[in-house]
Design a protein around this ligand. Structure first.
Ligand code: ADP
Ligand code: MG
Length: 728
């Protein structure tokens, strides 16, 4: 084994789990570092507290004097916990969270100083943020960017810093972050869903979208990672021959969590508790060293913030445990990748989950309304939804055999399929009293019972109904959930607006009763949404053919998938709902395309370097050993040497062939990259990278991996798959 590998493995084996002691119950720790409602209530005047509550619940404005009071209480609370700095915390389009710390400390002249934090600092900041992605927005208008307080997501303390969640917008008001469009989409679905709820319950005043994400990740010892430039720089292995044993025995999935990983998880969970992130579930995933963490679901904006914060916290805690967290969707070839299932539902301020069947026929009609409208929304906008989960890294996962395909479809299970089939046959126009009673008793009334024993859990569907929520499974593990959540809530909002208009029209113009009108519209929706419903194996080839026949999109890579983002349809959708305007949409498209190009570019460079600086020199070293050996054999056996040296001679030749191939293809890849770099149009450039640069990765890898098998293990410099996946 090479010295480098030897020391990395030795270091890994010598590690002991950190001792984590938990002295308090988790319920006592929960939210200790969050300036939540309870703390506001304790520290603010009644007026100020009511003003914040109304801002949180109704989106009303907070006036300056109240802002001052809140800032002052927030500061006192933070100082009492040893905090020295504050920051506006936001999510620019880099995919990472951003912060710029300022001390509370201010001088007052004459050698005096004070801790100060006023309403204006709480409410708005102007970070010098010209290097954040802006897709041209800031060049054309103003260079400045502003962060503005989002009171719906509470401030929290991380380390010695008070973090205030904010939106990030340009001088002219265009969104430069993930949060701004998400908040606008959540507003849209609130309004649209409340209007529809009124058919069933006049008391509903607010509808919240809920999100419960499931975060998958790999945990790898940092010493092992350090010996792999590909993981260090791209988050995934660009080469590496498969380990003889991988995940085929399924002996990791749901198995006992390894000690070091367990210590890490407990440490992480404690931090999550303090930060008010309600993490609840942990388990081993399918691949070796792969795990999952899931919280109790929350209001979508908060859940998105919590997931972004969590990923940051996971990285930091991992350092303490000498681990590196891999969030990449496909860090290792041939074994499962990671996703981030987005569990989504809608709930009212009266405490009803609109996607959970209720106890009465009336509440079930409400359930069916939201259920069918969601299906219709996905049916009509499948390609837009697909675009929100496109990224260079998720391209390696989607469509791979353990991951959802790039084709969107909705799974609802046998029982609900039957319900929809029956509803499809209701009479056009007014329903007879008998039909209505029949429907209520035998179809709508029976749903809760049906669902209880509906254990049908199709795991291959990218968008599955799972009893009281939809689960969007194609989201990448590295992604910010805001993108898919903004789209999902927007398409459902638009759909609900249309639904309301159609039902109202039937009531007003056709003089129908409300229930009749609802049944009539839903019946048509069921007929129109058949394309998207699919109960079979989503991983199979047969589905790909069938989906094509149905006219569903199958955009297999990011440059293809993103095209639809700037379509007339997408712009109309977002403009109508006030989620984003054409400028913002175009900017985001360019940012995402550019990010794609850069990711592929970096991978290409890293692979070229590793192939030329690690793999080829190592192969030559070994080839020289063989050549010396052959020379020796020739000396001993003279004319007969070819017989005894046959294996060595073959090896020498094989090695040469692989080296020639690697060299040719790295040169070709570099040239193709150079050519692509001359292209100005991002769409064309991204496609060029996708079609001309990326395919060479696999070819180069093939020959490198072959060499890994041929070359003396003693010489091989890169940590091998079996070592990275099984050293504990
Ligand atoms: P799975 O079997 O897919 O692991 P779970 O039932 O364990 O599913 O839930 C996974 C995630 O779904 C959790 O984060 C959970 O909080 C979330 N979840 C449960 N109910 C809802 C809901 N009504 N709305 C949104 N998310 C939910
Ligand atoms: Mg799940």
């Amino acid at each position: 084994m090479s010295t480098l590998r030897f020391f990395a493995i030795k270091e890994t084996l010598n590690r002991t789990p950190l001792k984590i002691s938990e002295t308090k119950r988790r319920s006592e720790l929960f939210g200790a570092n969050v300036y939540n409602k309870a703390k506001m209530q304790q520290t603010l005047t009644k007026d100020a507290f009511e003003s914040v509550t109304s801002a949180i619940e109704k989106g009303t404005k907070i006036d300056r004097s109240v802002a001052n009071q809140i800032a002052s209480s927030m500061k006192d609370w933070a100082l009492s916990k040893g905090v020295t700095h504050y920051t506006h915390w936001f999510q620019p389009l880099t995919g990472a969270t951003a912060e710029k710390h300022d001390a509370f400390f201010e001088t007052m002249g004459e050698g005096q100083a004070i801790e100060r934090f006023g309403g204006s600092q709480l409410v708005q900041q102007e970070p010098d943020a010209s290097s954040f992605p802006h897709g041209g927005i800031r060049n054309t208008f103003e260079a400045r960017g502003y962060t503005a307080w989002d009171p719906t997501s509470p401030a929290f303390i991380y380390g010695t810093t008070l973090c205030i969640p904010t939106v990030f917008v340009s001088y002219t008001g265009e969104a430069l972050d993930y949060k701004t469009p998400l908040l606008r989409a959540l507003q849209a679905i609130d309004t649209a869903a409340v209007a529809v709820c009124k058919y069933f319950d006049k008391n509903v005043k607010k509808v919240n979208a809920s999100l419960g994400w499931e975060q998958e990740y790999f945990l790898i010892d940092s010493a092992l990672v350090s010996s792999r430039p590909d993981i260090l720089l791209t988050g995934r292995t660009l080469l590496g021959h498969a380990s003889a044993k991988g995940q085929q025995l399924d002996d990791h999935y749901f198995g006992t969590i390894p000690n070091r990983a367990m210590a890490y998880m407990r440490d992480l969970e404690t931090e999550c508790m303090l930060l008010g992130i309600p993490v609840k579930t942990r388990h081993n995933e399918v691949a070796p060293n792969q795990f999952e963490l899931a919280p109790i679901y929350e209001e979508a904006n908060l859940a998105v913030d919590h997931n972004a914060l969590l990923m940051d916290v996971m990285d930091k805690i991992a350092e303490r445990h000498n681990f590196k967290v891999l969030f990449h969707e496909k860090p290792f070839k041939g074994i499962n990748g990671s996703g981030k299932h987005n569990n989504w539902s809608l709930s009212t301020d009266t405490g009803v989950n609109l996607l959970s069947p209720g106890k009465t026929p009336m509440s079930n009609l409400q359930f069916l309304t939201f259920f069918i409208n969601t299906i219709k929304a996905v049916n009509d906008n499948e390609e837009l939804l697909r675009a929100t989960i496109a990224s260079a890294s998720n391209d390696y996962r989607l469509g791979a055999n353990e991951a959802p395909p790039a084709i969107m479809s909705v799974f609802i299970g046998d029982q609900l399929t039957k319900v929809l089939n029956e509803l499809e046959n209701v009479t056009t126009g007014k329903l007879s009293p008998k039909e209505k009673t029949d429907l209520k008793l035998n179809v709508v009334g029976k749903i809760p019972e049906i669902l209880l024993d509906n254990t049908d859990r199709n795991r291959t569907s990218p968008f599955a109904f799972t009893g009281n929520k939809f689960e969007f499974r194609a989201v990448g593990s590295k992604a910010n959930c805001a993108n898919p959540m903004t789209m999902l809530n927007s398409i459902v909002a638009k759909q609900l607006i249309e639904f309301k208009a159609e039902v109202d029209a039937l009531i007003d113009k056709k003089d129908m009763k409300k229930d009749d009108a609802v049944f009539n519209v839903l019946r048509e929706y069921i007929k129109k949404s058949k394309t998207i419903l699919f109960e079979g194996n989503g991983y199979g080839e047969a589905w790909e053919k069938e989906a094509k026949k149905r006219g569903l999109s199958n955009n297999k890579n990011t440059p293809e998938a993103l095209q639809v983002k700037t379509s007339k349809k997408a712009i109309a959708l977002y403009e109508e709902l006030g989620v984003m305007n054409a400028v913002e949409i175009q900017a985001r498209y360019e940012i995402e395309m550019e990010e794609y190009i850069m990711r592929v570019q970096i991978e290409g460079r890293v692979l070229g370097d590793i192939a030329r600086n690690h793999v080829v020199p190592t192969a030559i070293k070994y080839q020289n050993v063989l050549i010396e050996n052959v020379k020796g054999l020739k000396e001993i056996y003279e004319k007969d040497f070819k017989k005894v040296a046959k294996a060595q001679l073959d090896l020498i030749e094989d090695i040469s062939l692989h080296i020639v191939n690697i060299n040719d293809m790295v040169t070709k890849m570099t040239n193709n990259r150079k050519e692509a770099n001359l292209i100005k149009d991002v769409s064309v450039k991204a496609r060029e990278y996708c079609e001309k640069v990326k395919p060479l990765f696999e070819d180069i890898r093939y020959h490198c991996d072959k060499l890994e098998l041929l070359v003396d293990d003693e010489l091989w410099p890169l940590i091998k798959y079996r070592e990275i996946l099984f050293t504990k």
